[in-house]
Structure formats: C-alpha cells, structure tokens
Design a protein around this ligand. Structure first.
Ligand SMILES: [Zn+2]
Length: 355
C-alpha cells in the first residue's frame, strides 16, 4: 500500500488520492485549523459568568485527556464555577474511572454522574456489533457508538435544572476523522452544521443497506442518536435555547505535550501503560473500532489524527510512522472482554482476522 509522502495516509481508498508526486489530496488542500484566540474565549466566559447562580458552566468529562485538561483549565486558569458531568458509560476503562475520581477530588468541583435507562447502551451496541459483522463496512463503524450519542438530552436537562448557560467541550479540532466523513459523503471542509446534516444523511443511507441495524425496538433510539449526536445536532439545537456551547481547543491551541504534562502533574491523571497510547482509551469500545477500521481500511483513527498533526506541524512524519506502528496493535483480550460483557459469543475474531 502506497502512503502519502507528506502525511501517512494510504492512497486509493476512503477519499485519499495520491498525485504523481505521491502527495495526497488532504495534504495538497490543507488549510491550517484556525484558532479563535484566548481573548475571545475570555470575553465569552465573562458573559456567561454569573454571580447569582451556583455554576457558570458544565464540563462533560470522560476520564480521557482532553476533557480532563478542559476541566482543569476552566477551574484553575479561568476561575469558572464548574459543574463536572459524566455519563457513566458501562464501557469506561477502569483507569478513566480513577482519573475522574481524582480530578473531581483535586479540583474540588461538584459532580453529577448519570446513567442511561434499561441497559439501552448495552442492548443497541450488541445489536449494531452483530449487524456490522454481517456486512463489515467502515462507513457504519460510528453507528456502534450510538449509546454515547443519546446522552445530550440528559446533559441539557442538567444544565436547565441548574440554570447553567454554558457547556464547555473538550474535543480537539484535529480528532474529527476525515475518512469517517468522506465515507458518508461529507466534504472535509464543510462547517459543523452542514457536516452534521450530511453525516446523518450518509448514515441513514448506509444503515438502510443493512436491515440488521433496523430492529423495530431500536429505531427510536437510533433516530434520537442522529438527532442529538452532539451539541450542534438538530435536536440539541432545538432544545438548548440560549445555551452557549464552547469547544475550549477552538480558542486556545491544543498542545499534546502541555495537555499531558499538566493533567499528569496537577490531576494525577494517567492512562493504561500497556496500551501505548494516551488517546481514546477512556471507552473500551475504541479497541473494537480499531479492529473494525483495520479490517476494512487498514488504518485506524490514529492514522488520520497523526496525519492532521503532521500537516499542522505538530509532529514529524517519522514520529507519526513510529507511533502508528506501535499503537495500531489490536488488543484482542480487551475486545473479548467487551464481547463477554455483551454476551456475544458468535464472533471469532481470530478467524475473522485471517479471512
Ligand atoms: Zn498526505
């Protein structure tokens, strides 16, 4: 497989095309991510800061590195009164659970944790994993994460109940995988709103091709997932009223070393050292997604993420190559654990791998 001579993406699939010099279309058309600046952030925080209410904002934490840094920055750097919120995802890595307990204790913030009812996350995940293996396609890997797409109505409810006017997210602007969008027919430079609509259209189109996703008992949850998949989704915008949504790293630069150094030193944050990567370990479904992308595309979301970091001048290409060769390892034991948690015994991953 030929890979781009500037980044590390392989040509010939998922919207990646190499030219005669071996450079991919994403590198040729790259425009640096625009960071809006700390001044603008501070102005917005001043507006949402309110002495009359108990909390200025919500930070949704997962135990992962970027949301940990976001909570740290809002509390220590910007002196906001933060309510930390966490969805008790049944697939949370034990280290992420420890990280959450540590950061809440060390920063001394109030903390609300909520669950989804009727084991819906487990049930729909099980259904969609079984559906995926009947017809493995990279476009529908995101559909297995529908459980985390239906948490927004609850977070918005918590905001309303506490009269909170602002929700701060910790996603960084380099982690939205380009290939995920391309596989659903979304162009890379589309803005957040049109990305959302096209994403939904693409997901619906792909879902309709595989009837196994469409069990009647899960259809309502699936629609809810598409409507509320993130704060910018149609349903969220309709019910969020005058809420301000902020993505911290769209205002201040995301610097991987600084994020890791500060959360480790100040919050006692850590990641499972046997995984080699400090990114996206917080939900154990990620290991299955790596498997699904490796099987169908030969790359994972990490290749895309590091390719973006190369284009932004954040890491050298050699380092990215080293990282993916180390990190794109399958953790079959963790996928087996996930399957046994879901009572899935009909899929033999080892056999699947060599087909
Ligand atoms: Zn490239």
């Amino acid at each position: 497989m030929d890979i781009c001579s500037q980044c590390i993406l392989p040509g010939g699939q998922a919207g990646v095309a190499l030219d005669e010099k071996g450079v991919c279309n994403h590198c040729r058309n790259h425009e640096p991510v625009a960071i809006q600046g700390e001044e603008k952030l501070i102005r917005i925080l001043e507006v949402v800061h309110n002495n009359a209410v108990k909390y200025d904002c919500i930070v949704n934490i997962s135990g992962g590195r970027d949301s940990a840094y976001t909570l740290l920055a809002l509390v220590r750097d910007y002196r906001m009164k933060v309510l930390a919120v966490n969805y008790a995802n049944p697939f949370t890595d034990p280290q992420a659970t420890k990280n959450i307990a540590n950061m809440v204790r060390i920063l001394d913030v109030d903390f609300v944790q909520f669950e989804l009812k009727n084991n819906i996350h487990e049930r729909i995940l099980r259904n969609n994993i079984l559906a995926w293996f009947k017809n493995p396609t990279p476009a529908l890997v995101p559909a297995i994460c529908i459980g985390c797409k239906i948490i927004w109505p609850t977070i918005l409810k918590i905001a309303r109940k506490n009269r909170i006017k602002c929700i701060v997210n910790g996603g960084n602007p380099y982690e939205y995988s380009t290939f995920k969008k391309v596989l659903l027919g979304v162009t890379d430079n589309a803005n957040l709103k049109s990305t959302y609509l096209k994403n939904v259209k693409g997901l619906v189109k792909e879902t309709l091709k595989n009837a196994h996703y469409l069990k009647p008992k899960f259809i309502l949850t699936t629609i809810k997932g598409y409507l509320f998949s993130n704060p910018y989704a149609l349903g969220s915008r309709l019910i969020s009223g005058k809420l301000t949504f902020l993505d911290l790293f769209h205002y201040i630069p995301w610097k991987e070393d600084e994020v890791l150094e500060r959360i480790q030193e100040e919050l006692g944050w850590d990641y499972p050292r046997d995984l080699d990567s400090s990114w996206r370990f917080d939900c154990r479904i990620a290991h299955l997604k790596d498997y699904m992308y490796l099987k169908t595309l030969g790359i994972t979301e990490k290749d895309d993420f590091y390719a973006k970091m190369i284009r932004e001048g954040m890491i050298e290409r050699d380092e990215a190559i080293q990282r993916v060769s180390k990190e794109n390892k399958l953790h079959l034991n963790l996928i087996h654990d996930l399957f046994s948690q879901l009572s899935i015994d009909s899929i033999n991953l080892e056999n699947e791998l060599y087909q």
